[in-house]
Design a protein around this ligand. Structure first.
Ligand SMILES: Nc1ncnc2c1ncn2[C@@H]1O[C@H](COP(=O)(O)OP(=O)(O)OP(=O)(O)O)[C@@H](O)[C@H]1O
Length: 291
């Protein structure tokens, strides 16, 4: 990977041939296995189906599985970019449904944590990517590692996926707490996954909301719920998004509804809504960490 460009955000919206506003949505969960990657893949696929040019970025260098879920066989991954074996643009692959994907690499234990220099390098690499995008969905690793927090802090919106297990709720709260206290994140979207019914989703949100409003200075929005759905499991087996494989499945209907509503989110005050905003916010904590 090349050294950072001193002017990484030369692109300005409105100029001919220059990418316009890109909404960056980070998906995180605290606890692993709650369905974060399923949510990232299907939300991104639903956005593509709605006509939005969407890139799905897998940042889980330890247990990456976006490519597996989509049946892709990447030649290069994010891990190759960090090892100077290729450029970021070489990693971008297109899924059959038109979704653009930057895959990570599975099993690189030594790479699970990005160093501040790697963050800066990634920022530089993104600034060189000449893609016309409306949305970038960032699938994060489970947990509250620095890299996860940095990606969430840099995005305009953070979706925290939670399911009805005590550890999921506790870990989601821990994630929201560090995002709010240490990273200044003021708003978090909560998505309940694998619910039996709508009431269960709302109850999960209420639990989180009660404790957050008492102890934290953060606004939680209830994004909705994805039902526990056998069709989603079948789609995972087929290595396809459920929204494409089984469009009328209950989970597909829920994903499309959430994708539609996410288009109506207001940008937080001060956010310019461009990919440069994401890049600058990624690079800022990295510079701080190096100082
Ligand atoms: N709404 C759902 N209905 C039925 N099964 C689901 C649902 N969401 C996720 N699953 C199943 O749960 C399993 C874990 O999902 P997924 O890999 O998306 O979780 P994750 O949170 O990304 O895990 P990790 O933290 O390991 O990356 C998958 O096998 C998937 O089939």
């Amino acid at each position: 990977m090349q050294s950072p460009d001193p002017h990484p955000s030369a692109a300005a919206a409105g100029q001919p041939g220059v990418p316009g506003p890109v909404r960056v949505i980070a998906v995180a969960s605290g606890k692993g296995g709650v369905g974060k990657t399923s949510v990232s893949v299907n939300l991104a696929a639903a956005m593509v189906a709605a006509g939005q040019r969407t890139l799905l970025l897998d940042t889980d260098l330890g247990l990456a599985n976006v490519d597996v879920m989509l049946g892709l066989a990447p030649r290069h991954t994010l891990a190759d970019v960090f090892a100077d074996r290729c450029e970021l643009r070489d990693t971008v692959i297109q899924a059959p449904n038109g979704l653009m994907v930057v895959p990570a690499a599975s099993g690189k234990r030594h790479m699970t944590e990005l160093t501040p220099a790697q963050h800066v390098g990634l920022v530089h690499a993104f600034s060189q990517l000449d893609l016309d995008l409306d949305v970038m969905v960032v699938d994060n690793a489970a947990g509250i590692a620095d890299g996860v927090l940095t990606f969430c802090q840099a995005a305009q919106d953070v979706i925290v996926v939670v399911c009805d297990e005590p550890a999921s709720v506790t870990d989601a709260y821990a994630l929201i707490k560090v995002l709010s206290r240490d990273r200044g994140v003021a708003r978090v979207q909560v998505l309940a996954n694998q619910v039996q019914d709508q009431r269960e989703g709302r109850q999960l949100f209420d639990k989180l909301e009660r404790v957050s409003s008492r102890f934290l200075d953060v606004t939680l929005n209830y994004l909705g719920a994805i039902p526990r759905d056998e069709w989603l499991r079948r789609a995972v087996q087929r290595q396809e998004p459920v929204v494409d494989a089984f469009p009328s499945a209950p989970s597909s209907v829920a994903f499309r509804d959430i994708a539609r509503r996410s288009r109506q989110w207001q940008s937080p005050a001060g956010a310019r809504g461009h990919v440069e905003f994401f890049l600058e916010r990624l690079v800022a904590p990295a510079r701080g960490a190096m100082a």
